[in-house]
Design a protein around this ligand. Structure first.
Ligand SMILES: [Ca+2]
Ligand SMILES: [Ca+2]
Ligand SMILES: [Zn+2]
Ligand SMILES: [Zn+2]
Length: 206
């Protein structure tokens, strides 16, 4: 959680003023009784409003000083998690995935919208405490991010738009922000590696 907290702080510092105001606006919106802090009820009500998964355990983790409410600095971490699509949950034990985790590469790169990503925490993955399709191969989220880049670069030009669209759909799985993806798009524009190469990894595109 500490890592995400640091990322959230850095993210907020780099936001344009207008988006900083948006973050403040979201906070005020969440703060129904206008006492300047978010209690558990306000947190739950806010997430339910947009049909988000409500994890009371996440509230406890967000509440760094443990006083039972979230001040603005603590709530900014939630804002970051929501904005960056980082709200990923273990499909087995339902905990919030704050750090490294494993995801099914077949499901991730599947371009059928009815197939969602399948993510599990390291404990559930290591302890084989999950059920999933036989033969599907998992890789960790950091590996996936690297493989996504090489997969995009290795794809023939006409296929790249498709690959990028798949990546956009699965953006949240790797915890990539949209600005990261713009970086990938730019590289494509440079026309790097337009050969027929294929990624020789467990996480290659099927
Ligand atoms: Ca309040
Ligand atoms: Ca607090
Ligand atoms: Zn788990
Ligand atoms: Zn799968």
């Amino acid at each position: 959680m500490e890592e995400i907290r640091r990322a959230a702080g850095a993210y907020y510092e780099n936001l344009p003023d207008e988006e900083k105001r948006n973050a403040r606006f979201s906070f005020n919106e969440m703060d129904k009784n206008k006492d300047g802090k978010i209690n558990l009820d306000e947190y739950v009500a806010y997430l339910k409003k947009d049909n988000n998964t409500v994890l009371p355990s996440l509230f406890t983790e967000l509440d760094k000083d443990g006083n039972g409410t979230l001040d603005f600095d603590e709530a900014i971490v939630l804002y970051y998690i929501m904005q960056s699509g980082r709200a990923i949950i273990c499909q087995s034990c339902k905990t919030f995935l704050a750090g490294a985790y494993f995801t099914c590469s077949q499901c991730f790169f599947n371009d059928d919208d009815s197939v969602s990503t399948f993510d599990v925490c390291c404990d559930c993955y290591g302890g084989k405490k999950f059920r999933h399709n036989d033969g599907h191969i998992f890789c960790d989220n950091y590996t996936l991010l690297c493989r996504s880049r090489s997969a995009t670069q290795a794809a023939p030009i006409q296929k790249r738009t498709k690959v990028l669209n798949i990546l956009k759909k699965g953006l949240q799985v790797a915890g990539i922000t949209s600005s990261d993806l713009e970086g990938i798009s730019t590289d494509i524009g440079d026309g790097i590696g337009d050969g027929e190469g294929s990624s020789k990894s467990n996480c290659s595109i099927m």
